[in-house]
Design a protein around this ligand. Structure first.
Ligand code: 5GP
Length: 132
């Protein structure tokens, strides 16, 4: 059975898309821990990130770097953090989390209440800054 992220990649489930290439997609996390919390996902369905082939693992990080640059430019956090957990969705992904202040709770158990309107706005302003 396809993962939820494959369904998003195929357009069967909606998302707030930030960037897409032939091999990767980035979209807003549906339960953000901070405004602008983004998931970077290789399209290849592999559960554990360290089972990805070396080239795809490297490309995933390079794709994440581009998206992080767009977050940094548009949302202006102190910096963008990275979390890899993968316990909920068995499809390798990287969480990009803007860190706006020292001491911000960056645990995946945290919850930022971001309205759907604001999610749309964030997707628009961040995606505009992604350099292809
Ligand atoms: P992990 O697998 O790294 O523990 O976390 C998976 C992440 O995927 C969670 O932060 C969760 O909010 C996010 N997520 C789960 N289902 C969906 C979905 O259907 N759409 C989006 N945009 N994010 C999702």
């Amino acid at each position: 059975m396809s993962t939820i992220f494959t369904k998003i990649i195929r357009g069967e489930i909606p998302c707030h898309k930030i960037a897409e290439s032939e091999t990767h997609i980035a979209f807003l996390d549906i339960n953000p821990i901070a405004e602008g919390h983004i998931l970077v996902v290789p399209k290849q369905e592999t559960d554990y990130i360290f089972d990805l082939p070396d080239n795809l693992l490297g490309d995933t990080m390079v794709f994440a770097k581009k998206v992080a640059a767009a977050i940094d430019k548009s949302l202006k956090p102190i910096r963008t953090g990275i979390i890899v957990e993968g316990l909920e969705v068995p499809h390798a992904h990287i969480h990009l989390v803007p860190i706006y202040r020292e001491g911000q709770d960056v645990s995946l158990r945290n919850k930022a209440n971001v309205s759907d309107e604001r999610m749309k706005e964030i997707a628009k302003i961040v995606s505009k800054e992604v350099k292809q």
